[in-house]
Design a protein around this ligand. Sequence first.
Ligand code: GLN
Length: 192
Amino acid sequence: MKIGALALQGDFREHLAMIRSLGVEGIEVRTEEELDRIDGLIIPGGESTAIGRLAAIYGLIEPLRDKINDGLPVLGTCAGMIFLASATLRHEQPQLEVLDVVVERNAFGRQIDSFEAAMAVAGFDDPVHAVFIRAPWIHKVGADVDVLASVEDLESGELRPVFVRQGRILATSFHPELTADTRIHEMLMEVS
Ligand code: GLN
């Protein structure tokens, strides 16, 4: 098995280190040819507008969209989640539109910019130590999207999804690659 990390901008190196720690080959992906060689893809955290613009410059928007729609397993974290989404609240930017959610960027800013929290995840015995860095949350989910974890919006009292799955697409608002917990990367392997 070979897992790729989209290596345009952001913390793709940390993801690849985690993949390699699991004994799986991890490669940097910047071309369509590299995209054809992998069994699963990670889109890292970073800056979603930069990732989107660079993907457009590298001619990767259509190939990524086609591969993911054809069933390539993918894990998007933070900016990666934003890039996978159908739309962004109050904002236009290049997106793959393969994950049926509307995201709100920097959503916690009104509450607290960056923080860490123990968070229950559906299907996990123990909570995840979730690291949020200028993170998005999900404003609206489509019918085929399963919500695996949420946080409370302190202003409205509503629950906002921060970990979702739609078939072989996994997306987190937080950064599993910055902890020693490999369970979310293992989930990507399981669907790959
Ligand atoms: N704030 C960034 C964005 O909106 C995401 C931050 C991150 O990936 N840690 O793109």
